[in-house]
Ligand binder design. Structure first.
Ligand SMILES: *[C@@H]1O[C@H](CO)[C@@H](O)[C@H](O)[C@H]1NC(C)=O
Ligand SMILES: *[C@@H]1O[C@H](CO)[C@@H](O)[C@H](O)[C@H]1NC(C)=O
Ligand SMILES: *[C@@H]1O[C@H](CO)[C@@H](O)[C@H](O)[C@H]1NC(C)=O
Length: 464
């Protein structure tokens, strides 16, 4: 396995620049490049005028040709909003190489081809030439992603043979369900040549109201908040509920930020991505909304960096990698585009959307017969399992009662210990992942890999 991966890395060095510029109404719409052997391709699609989305496709060296059971492709959608899938999902979670560019033995390439995107525009290497071009809603993000999929799939019959599985993390779940519906609509209209394999929601921000109500009671049961802390937390959650009812969505985002601060203050800085840890930040210095948003984004990448434990590792590592060696190897990133440079712009663009629920979209996908998989890390706080279970209860889907009454099956991986549980009824599937926080593939790589193989019904020859 090691050999194959160093080979992948080597090919990256030998990559040839193949630019395919298409001029369309004066806009530079497509630029792409790849490795000589075609195992990796990447490029930009101008999804709207002045809005450029970066994508990176890895074809699996483990591919098994099986006409009855085609090799799947996973589209990974990162959260944030404004977090880079091309960097975090790829180098820190499921891609073939880690942030030290060493092979990752749990890469999801073992089960599927992987498509990473920096979504929405303004995230990672994706950029807008005019700040007004950032998206304001999940639907706008879904429309841009659908445009990207049309560009990539419609002219490529090989790609069309692979069912596309949308797999999301965190805020990415809101894009995943809106994209699932948008893609289906385009497929039905004959505008998109693609087979949708399913939608998977990993620790996803589907119902912010249910998550904010889960935080206080959960932390109280864990001894991380006391009765006073839980009272303050519940009171702010109630305020958020009212703001959402009244359509005051920006206020709800502000109150969410305030609530995170109150919980930090009252828990001595619990980590929102793993409630067994302390946040590496000093949240007591937070006062204004602008600051706290910035901190929230920083917290997110800092947590992952602390998990990758590279020597001298810190917040700057990913930045150095993406603006250094990777940018150089990719060759097509414009000089004046800094990786991650517009992520706060992306967050601000979505501030009126951030707290809106997307439960109805999950219902719509279920009603259309699409396989919907939910997985949740046991130790996650921000998208807690308690909150996820609460929004699942709100589904109007006809199979819900049967789903809820089913027993779960235990999951193991590598050894005899129980690593999780799962159950499925018709097209709804749920995985409870023990010992994992928000970033499930980082904390439980063995089980996450096994799970993605099951979700995508990968024909990969099982190694475990
Ligand atoms: C992957 O590497 C980790 C240590 O880095 C090791 O514990 C684990 O057993 C390895 N897994 C496989 C499938 O080789
Ligand atoms: C980069 O420079 C080009 C050419 O000067 C300009 O058109 C473009 O808007 C710039 N892009 C960004 C993100 O600043
Ligand atoms: C949904 O997943 C199951 C396996 O879990 C599979 O048998 C079925 O064909 C899938 N349905 C669709 C519509 O893809």
């Amino acid at each position: 396995m090691e050999k194959q991966y160093s080979f992948v890395l080597l090919l990256l060095h030998l990559s040839v620049l193949v630019l395919f510029p298409f001029f369309h109404e004066g806009h530079f719409t497509v630029a792409s490049s790849g490795t000589k052997d075609g195992s990796q391709q990447w490029g930009y699609v101008e999804v709207r005028p002045k809005a450029h989305m970066f994508w990176w496709l890895y074809k699996s060296p483990y591919r098994v040709e099986n006409p009855i059971n085609p090799w799947p492709i996973v589209l990974w959608l990162q959260g944030g909003p404004g977090a880079s899938g091309v960097a975090i999902g790829n180098f820190q979670e499921v891609g073939p190489l880690d942030t030290n560019l060493k092979p990752r033995n749990s890469t999801w390439l073992q089960k599927a081809d992987l498509l990473f995107v920096d979504n929405p525009v303004g995230t990672g290497y994706s950029f807008v030439e005019d700040e007004k071009a950032v998206v304001k809603t999940d639907d706008e993000a879904a429309t841009d992603l659908t445009t990207l999929l049309k560009e990539l799939f419609n002219k490529n019959e090989n790609l069309q043979k692979s069912p596309l599985h949308i797999v999301a993390e965190s805020y990415g779940g809101k894009y995943a369900v809106t994209l699932g519906l948008s893609a289906l609509k385009a497929i039905e209209a004959g505008e998109l040549k693609l087979k949708l394999g399913g939608v998977t929601l990993g620790d996803s921000w589907i119902s912010p109201e249910d998550f904010v109500f889960s935080w206080g009671p959960l932390l109280k049961d864990l001894s991380r908040l006391d009765v006073n802390g839980v009272a303050k937390s519940n009171s702010l959650a109630g305020k958020i509920k009212k703001e959402l009812q009244d359509g005051q969505y920006i206020d709800a985002t502000n109150t969410w930020s305030e609530l995170e601060d109150v919980i930090s203050d009252n828990s001595n800085a619990v980590d929102f991505y793993n409630f067994l840890l302390d946040s590496a930040m000093d949240p007591l210095s937070l006062t204004s909304l602008e600051l706290s948003k910035e901190i929230t984004i920083k917290r997110y990448s800092r947590y992952l960096n602390s998990m990758t434990s590279s020597p001298g590792g810190g917040d700057d590592d990913l930045d150095t990698l993406m603006n250094g060696v990777i940018k150089k190897q990719l060759k097509i990133i414009p000089d004046n585009v800094t990786w991650g440079g517009q992520s706060e712009l992306v967050f601000s663009g979505l501030e009126a959307e951030f707290m809106k629920p997307r439960i109805n979209e999950v219902d719509d996908l279920l009603a259309k017969g699409v396989n919907v998989t939910i997985y949740n890390g046991q130790l996650d706080l921000i998208c807690s399992t308690k909150g996820t279970e609460a929004w699942v209860q709100k589904l109007k889907w006809e199979g819900l009662k049967s789903f809820l009454s089913l027993e779960r099956s235990p999951l193991k991986c590598g050894d005899k210990s129980t690593r999780g549980f799962t159950k499925s009824y018709k097209n709804l599937h749920f995985y409870w992942i023990l010992g994992a926080g928000h970033f499930v593939p980082v904390d439980q790589p063995c089980l996450a890999l096994k799970m993605v193989g099951d979700i995508t019904q990968s024909p990969a020859i099982s190694t475990s």
